[in-house]
Structures are given as structure tokens and as C-alpha cells.
Design a protein around this ligand. Structure first.
Ligand SMILES: Cc1ncc(COP(=O)(O)O)c(C=O)c1O
Length: 232
């Protein structure tokens, strides 16, 4: 894989990535963005929410975008190893197969069926890192397992320090309720994929009143075995 660094992300870099991703042989989809009212489920919120359906993306999440960009830039051949709670791994495997390359995905032992019984935490690794002003590790367990890594990587921490204005916290109950609301509106979204939505419907983000807001639903990788444990 090429050099990775937290050098400033410029508009030119973003344009280049967009070009690479849209011409990728992996067939990344230009997913629809729809106003919430199109779902017909009433929602008691004070902003005008639009949802970007990356849960309908190829391989089920936005991760294919980064994978398409990476695979287009890396040399042919070679073996690659990655770590993933599922989503990135799925996109990586799809791309490896397509490019005829070999790779390994290291995944946590936690089976999806056990996700719903995990204890709930109100803090996340990156939040704790923000407070401590350095990347830290912690024993994280959450229904949103994809967002609860045991440590914050140095590079993601540097990028967050540079570009993230603020972090809001939501708990597992709020995430579960968001999964259920989305399901009732006809959308299958995994816990890690609906946290922005959960933050908006629980009024956790200040100053949204009256504004038009885009909320990305990031992934749909959730099984029927998990969904049965969510509130109706
Ligand atoms: C929707 C979603 N699922 C999962 C993850 C975690 O990625 P992975 O499943 O590859 O560990 C993320 C991380 O950004 C995410 O946004």
C-alpha cells in the first residue's frame, strides 16, 4: 500500500479520489439521497433531514469507496492483511477477488448474534483520545461494534484532531431505537451505520433547528438474528 500520512487533505486530492472511485472497475454506486419525507414514516425532529443511502452501496457500505481508491493505487501482486469488524473486510475481499490478488482479513471473534448482549458504553475510543490529547486504548464494547475499536490508531487520531470539530455521544439504547426506526421506514441499517441518524433524532447536535441536514446511512450489514433483538 502507498505511503499513509496525515498531510492535509486538499480539494485536489478529493477530486482525484472521486475520479478514481467513479472510474473504478469495482462498480461503486452513486447511491441516492432522499428527503426523509419520501419514506412516509413521520419523524419528530426540528430539521429537514435528507438521507444518503450508502447502506445500498456495493458490498453494503461506504467502505468500497476507500477500497476502490486504494486498489487503484497499489502495485499488482503482493499479499495484504487488514483488520475489520466486517464492513471494510467485505469490500477488501470483493476487491481482492476482482483484482486477482491475495489478502487476509483479521476479524474479532465476537459473532453478530452476541452483539446485542454486549454491555453498553457511553464513551468511545476516539472521544477518550480527544480528551487525553493522544491516542489511547480502552476496553470498548458496544452494539455499534464497528465503531468501538480497542485503540485509536495514530493516523486516524491525527486526522480527527485536524478535521473533526466535535464529537457527540450516544448510547446503545439510542442506537437500537434508530435501527428500529429506520427498519420501520423500510431501510436496513446496521448499528454502526446509523449513529449520525441516532444523534439527530435524539437532538444531540446543537443548532440544527430549521436547517437542511444530510445524514449518511453508512452500512447495512446486519443479520436477521441481530434484528430480532431490537425494539419493535
Ligand atoms: C457503518 C460502519 N460499519 C463498520 C465500521 C467499521 O469498519 P469495519 O467493519 O471494517 O471494522 C464503520 C467504520 O467507519 C462504519 O462506519
Amino acid at each position: 500500500m502507498g505511503e499513509v500520512s496525515a498531510d492535509p487533505i486538499t480539494l485536489d486530492l478529493l477530486r482525484e479520489a472521486r475520479e478514481t472511485v467513479s472510474s473504478s472497475p469495482l462498480g461503486v454506486i452513486n447511491t441516492p439521497m432522499i428527503p426523509w419525507c419520501q419514506t412516509t414514516l413521520p419523524l419528530d425532529i426540528r430539521c429537514n433531514i435528507h438521507i444518503k443511502l450508502e447502506n445500498m452501496q456495493r458490498t453494503g457500505s461506504f467502505k468500497i469507496r476507500g477500497v476502490a481508491n486504494q486498489f487503484a493505487r497499489r502495485p499488482k501482486g503482493g499479499h495484504f492483511v487488514t483488520m475489520s469488524a466486517g464492513n471494510y473486510g467485505k469490500s477488501f475481499t470483493y476487491a481482492s477477488k476482482h483484482y486477482g490478488s491475495k489478502g487476509k482479513v483479521v476479524m474479532p471473534e465476537t459473532a453478530p448474534v452476541s452483539r446485542s448482549t454486549l454491555i453498553q458504553v457511553r464513551a468511545c475510543t476516539m472521544y477518550r483520545s480527544f480528551i487525553k490529547k493522544k491516542p489511547v486504548g480502552m476496553d470498548t464494547k458496544s452494539i455499534a461494534s464497528g465503531l468501538a475499536p480497542p485503540f485509536a490508531g495514530t493516523l486516524p487520531f491525527e486526522l480527527c484532531q485536524r478535521y473533526v470539530e466535535g464529537i457527540v455521544l450516544i448510547n446503545d439504547e439510542e442506537i437500537k431505537a434508530a435501527v428500529s426506526t429506520l427498519y420501520r421506514s423500510g431501510l436496513v441499517v446496521e448499528p454502526s451505520g446509523c449513529t449520525a441518524f441516532a444523534a439527530i433524532v435524539n437532538d444531540k447536535i446543537p443548532e440544527l433547528e430549521g436547517k437542511s441536514v444530510v445524514c449518511i446511512l453508512r452500512g447495512e450489514n446486519i443479520g436477521k438474528d441481530e434484528l430480532v433483538n431490537f425494539p419493535g
